[in-house]
Design a protein around this ligand. Structure first.
Ligand SMILES: CSCCC(=O)C(=O)COP(=O)(O)O
Ligand SMILES: [Zn+2]
Length: 219
């Protein structure tokens, strides 16, 4: 772990457990090719009850398919490192902190770039959202009704991160745990690492389904 031994912010074991948890997720997603070209970022809240305003987040610009001692750091809800470190938090930390501030129950936020999520975000950008209905996997997003549907909002890919965070904050809905960023990727959240991973897997399934469906329809 890259935290100095005199860290007073939380028990070191607690921080180490957060690093270990995110490392497992990082390895799983890397094996799926979900972090091309250093893209993607992961974070979790360092307390089960939301009392501690500290997060573990991936360091910026790392090859996320490789494990090193410098993959994660701890930041506060403003995205500032919680202890002196040469590591830089993810360039997209503001997107994570905006979600933790807005939803005290959010325990983890994941962001990945895939061809499928980029294609869907581009295809539906003019509408401002993409809708999925009557899919079994909507249950993984807490939609249990037979005629369930979900609208995933899409924002433009502003290069200015505070602007991108603002755009995302303007469209997030408490019942829809994801935002697509046009030709960039998807940011997904949930109450726990388990729930956020389930949300992301369900959404990536739906994005791939959509892309393959267009291909079939054009045959
Ligand atoms: C080459 S990826 C461009 C930045 C990005 O979109 C991303 O998800 C990764 O940024 P980070 O600073 O978290 O490594
Ligand atoms: Zn990104």
């Amino acid at each position: 772990m890259n935290a100095p031994s005199n860290t007073k912010i939380l028990p070191l074991e607690h921080i180490q457990a957060g690093f270990d948890t995110l490392r497992e997720v990082k390895q799983t997603f890397a094996q799926r090719g979900w972090f091309p070209a250093t893209s993607g970022n992961l974070s979790l809240r360092l307390s089960a009850d939301g009392a501690d305003p500290l997060l573990v987040i991936t360091a910026s610009g790392k090859d996320k398919s490789v494990d090193t001692a410098e993959d994660f750091l701890v930041v506060d809800l403003q995205g500032k490192p919680a202890y002196p470190t040469h590591l830089k938090p993810s360039a997209e930390t503001l997107l994570h902190t905006a979600l933790y501030r807005r939803f005290p129950e959010v325990g983890a936020v994941f962001h990945i770039h895939t061809v499928a999520n980029n294609l869907v975000s581009e295809w539906a950008a003019a509408r401002g959202s993409v809708t999925f209905s009557k899919h079994e996997l909507l249950k993984a997003l807490q939609r249990w009704e037979e005629d369930a549907e979900i609208h995933i909002p899409i924002v433009e890919n502003h290069a200015n991160l505070p602007r991108l965070a603002q755009a995302m904050e303007a469209v997030i809905h408490p019942d829809v745990p994801a935002v697509l960023i046009r030709n960039h990727g998807v940011t997904v959240w949930g109450k726990s690492v388990f729930e956020t991973k389930r949300h992301l897997e369900a959404l990536e399934f739906l994005f791939e389904y959509q892309v393959q469906r267009w291909m079939i329809e054009r045959l």
